[in-house]
Design a protein around this ligand. Structure first.
Ligand code: FAD
Length: 400
């Protein structure tokens, strides 16, 4: 039997098949060798681990949920544990992969026609084409469903061969878009000026009128390169409009999938911090004893593992529901809100256990502590996900 994660206190990983367990162990081994030792440096330099794209592709980390791109048939629970493992090694790497494989590939997988899937999914799984997902705008984060201002206007033009063709003109701006500074394709969500509905567009790079500027001086997830995007009369052919996206409801299908995965990433952040704090507590001596021998330190460790275990239990069920086809928006929202709130407590306790050393990158917890803040906020803030649950309980949307 493959080596299971020792923070898997209730042996949840027993539910994985032996093939899935072996794959998780191989991914962990790669991450421990290639990602973990360099993560603090990349974080400090604010660089994405782009050089590892071929390795990630070889491990099957891109597009593992889609029949045409997965390396073997697997469950949502398996993919969840993979998300945890990547985030445990480095939350920035998990986000970088999450944007490409989760957001961008799911946008094409869910919203693309057969031809669009055929064109993009395999090259994206091989890491030859890297994707980004442009939803958030400078003026609209939590209220993108209603507030999205970027426009898409359809027009018919002469094709130069005696006929005509349809194309779209995009105008607007986007903020916080991960991977956009180097992506080969950026999925842009824009409001159709004819029917006022949100549509999705594959914008191939480079595109005339499209600029992506790296956001500097971030203090969380520094290893993810986020961009401010400006779109000025960017022309996209009708063949690059995501064929099966008709409104924001369809975007919500994608977010339902990725939010559940971000909940698992949050558990990975908590695990990364917990492991560093536990090792430190056993080593660090005060009052002539390891600090792990003090009751107050043990309480923080026990509560951290309790938070991790409770989050895993909740998120396991959400992943199972995904496989059963019964996962709804409010299920993902509860998992994301709960796991990120528990994560935030854990990284705080673990930082505290490490005293002053807890605020310095070199001691293994500061990166998780800082990264937790962005994970708490993106893919729907804690508040918005909680209000989605509130809506399902009361039937009243508190956020419109
Ligand atoms: P706001 O929406 O302005 O919210 C500010 C505060 O007000 C929050 O606390 C929020 O909970 C609260 N609030 C807002 N409305 C309500 C309400 N009705 N009731 C109660 N409280 C409310 N976006 C992309 O499209 N693509 C990406 O790749 C991407 N990557 C990201 C990576 C990072 C590192 C970060 C930080 C963000 C990323 N985002 C991305 C954007 C992210 O999804 C947004 O930051 C998030 O949705 C919140 O939007 P906002 O920052 O505009 O905050």
């Amino acid at each position: 039997e493959a080596d299971v994660l020792d923070v898997d206190f209730y042996s949840f990983q027993q539910q994985l098949t032996s093939e899935e367990q072996r794959s998780v162990a191989a991914i962990r081994e790669f991450l421990d060798r290639e990602v973990r030792p360099y993560a603090d440096d990349l974080w400090e330099k604010a660089q994405s681990p782009r050089h590892l794209i071929p390795g990630f592709a070889e491990l099957g980390l891109f597009g593992a949920s889609w029949p045409e791109t997965r390396q073997f048939e697997n469950s949502a629970v398996y993919r969840a544990w993979v998300a945890l493992e990547i985030s445990r090694a480095d939350p920035s790497t998990a986000t970088f992969i999450g944007v490409h494989s989760g957001l961008a590939m799911n946008a094409i997988g869910v919203g693309g026609s057969a031809e669009q899937r055929e064109e993009w999914m395999r090259p994206m799984a091989r890491g030859e084409v890297i994707g980004a997902f442009g939803l958030t705008e400078p003026g609209h984060g939590s209220d993108t469903a209603k507030g999205l201002e970027t426009t898409a206007t359809r027009r018919t033009v002469d094709d130069g061969a005696g006929g005509s063709r349809d194309e779209w003109v995009l105008n607007g701006s986007k903020r916080w878009i991960g991977n956009a500074v180097f992506a080969d394709i950026v999925v842009i969500w824009a409001r159709d000026t004819a029917d006022d509905q949100v549509k999705g567009f594959i914008v191939r790079q480079p595109a005339v009128g499209f600029t992506a500027t790296k956001i500097e001086r971030k203090q969380s997830l520094r290893g993810v390169e986020n961009a401010d995007i400006v779109l000025e009369d960017v022309v996209v052919p009708e063949s690059d409009r995501l064929a099966n996206i008709n409104s924001f409801r369809d975007v919500a299908i994608i977010l339902r999938l990725t939010r559940a995965e971000v909940a698992w990433q949050a558990i990975g952040v908590a695990v990364g911090a917990y492991e560093a704090a536990l090792a430190y507590a056993k080593e660090r001596q005060q009052f002539g004893k390891p600090i792990a021998s003090f009751q107050l330190v043990q309480e923080k460790l026990a509560n951290s593992l309790s938070n991790i275990t409770a989050s895993i239990a909740l998120c396991m069920r959400v992943s199972e529901m995904q496989d059963l086809g019964i996962q709804k928006d409010h299920h993902s929202a509860m998992a994301k809100a709960f796991a990120t709130a528990r994560m935030r407590e854990v990284v705080g306790w673990c930082r505290e256990i490490m005293g002053g050393n807890g605020i310095q990158l070199d001691h293994g917890v500061a990166r998780y502590f800082a990264d937790a803040e962005a994970v708490y906020t993106f893919e729907g803030t804690y508040d918005m996900n909680t209000l989605i649950v509130g809506r399902s309980i009361t039937g009243i949307a508190a956020f419109v």
